[in-house]
Design a protein around this ligand. Structure first.
Ligand code: NAG
Ligand code: NAG
Ligand code: NAG
Ligand code: NAG
Ligand code: NAG
Ligand code: NAG
Length: 357
């Protein structure tokens, strides 16, 4: 298997890069994209950016007074005509709530950012006090609970919610249906005990779903996600009958689905028709308990030029996998690292041993 596929695998197992950082340059008074009109009012160019917020027109400093919101820091990016609020240094829930009672002249912000904060355990209901964000990024912090309606001001605006690397035990999953623009949802590396798959169903904008490493009981099935490009369910605790992925378990209806990642979930088998069949789909079963690769299950994905990662599974390598060594060479669609229980790689097996099957 080619190395770029491996690279893709590695790429999909990491949480979103902390791309919020690019917004974090402290405001330094640079105003080169702001100009003055005849009345000497500063004006912001709002012509090209589809996300422009014309309410800023006529103002060169749409952020609240810095001292009113400290230790949060508001940055106005005139090029994008967007405001970002970094509250990494906030000291308590009460302080955060107080900050949002300041005079916010404008209500629509691009991002709410909090990195490496150990003080905020609860994101409280109504905390944003009507201020909306397009991106909510809270990472590497000690957040435990996101209360019902903590994010209500962002229902119509948020396309990204990334709360990876916290200690979250409670998230208002039932509210996700209120976010029609949600494209990116990541809650990996937390401590959820249960994740209701049904809460995502019908999120037509959703492209990336990242639930990695919660050791959570994932309940229900994933369906009706027509824009999904990747789903990452590694290292959870599925509650599946006989540890078997049932038919129609992930049926998004998306023609853009490019990966399904099920690393480390103690899966013993996968029923035929468990997933969407999409050309080029990469299915990662690394580190599960598969003892065979059933033809009825896997042939359709491999025939659709999909790829299967089966490394670190106790494959028995009997006649049941002879189909991979047929004239259609479907073994070429399985990663090289798949091995039999004796450690021999599937690609190193002599195809002749299957002649008697
Ligand atoms: C403002 O800060 C940015 C990044 O921190 C820098 O690239 C830019 O040159 C600064 N502008 C001024 C006028 O100091
Ligand atoms: C416009 O504003 C600038 C900077 O604030 C100031 O120096 C200048 O005198 C003003 N011009 C007029 C015509 O008011
Ligand atoms: C505003 O945008 C228009 C069209 O892109 C451009 O021609 C004009 O120079 C810009 N004005 C400023 C002050 O950047
Ligand atoms: C789904 O993706 C397409 C293509 O990227 C986009 O045009 C469409 O708006 C998306 N649907 C939703 C509901 O966002
Ligand atoms: C997985 O879930 C089952 C109940 O569904 C529970 O008994 C078990 O302790 C969980 N395992 C882990 C590692 O959380
Ligand atoms: C689970 O496995 C047992 C033992 O192999 C079998 O009898 C039972 O029918 C299986 N249940 C389902 C739902 O497949």
């Amino acid at each position: 298997m080619k190395s770029h596929i491996i690279a893709l695998l590695i790429a999909v197992i990491t949480c979103s890069s902390t791309d919020g950082r690019q917004f974090l340059d402290p405001q330094n008074g640079s105003q080169h994209h702001v100009y003055s009109d005849a009345f000497n009012e500063s004006k912001v160019n709002v012509t090209q950016d589809s996300r422009h917020q014309p309410e800023y027109y006529g103002y060169d400093r749409p952020c609240p007074n810095a001292e009113d919101i400290a230790p949060c820091v508001c940055t106005y990016n005139s090029e994008d005509n967007a405001m970002d609020l970094d509250c990494s240094a906030v000291e308590s829930e009460d302080q955060l709530k107080q900050i949002f009672k300041a005079d916010f002249q404008f209500k629509n912000y691009r991002s709410f950012i909090m990195y490496a904060n150990i003080n905020i355990k609860v994101l409280e209901a109504g905390v944003f006090n009507g201020i909306s964000f397009e991106q909510i990024v809270i990472q590497f912090s000690h957040l435990e609970i996101i209360e019902l309606q903590a994010l209500d001001s962002c229902y119509e605006t948020a396309w990204k919610i990334d709360v990876c690397y916290n200690r979250i035990t409670s998230f208002p999953f039932d509210e996700l249906s209120h976010f029609p623009k949600l494209r990116y949802f990541a809650i990996g590396y937390n401590s959820l005990s249960m994740i209701p798959a049904d809460a995502f169903n019908g999120l037509t904008a959703l492209e990336t779903l990242y639930l990695w490493d919660n050791h959570a009981n994932i309940v229900g099935t994933f369906k009706d996600l027509p824009n999904l490009s990747g789903i990452n369910l590694g290292y959870n605790n599925f509650s599946l009958t006989n540890n078997t992925i049932p038919t129609k378990y992930i049926k998004t209806g998306s023609s853009d689905l490019s990966y399904i990642n099920l690393f480390g979930n103690n899966i013993v088998s996968v029923e035929p028709g468990a997933f969407d069949i999409v050309e080029g789909l990469v299915i990662s079963m690394y580190g599960n308990a598969l003892s065979t690769l059933e033809e009825a299950t896997w042939r359709p994905y491999l025939e659709a030029q999909g790829y299967l990662s089966a490394e670190d599974n106790p494959l028995v390598c009997g006649c049941d996998i002879a189909w991979l060594f047929g004239e259609d060479q479907l073994l070429g669609q399985v990663y090289d690292d798949a091995t039999c229980t004796d450690g021999e790689r599937l690609i190193d097996l002599d195809p002749k041993i299957f002649d008697l099957c």
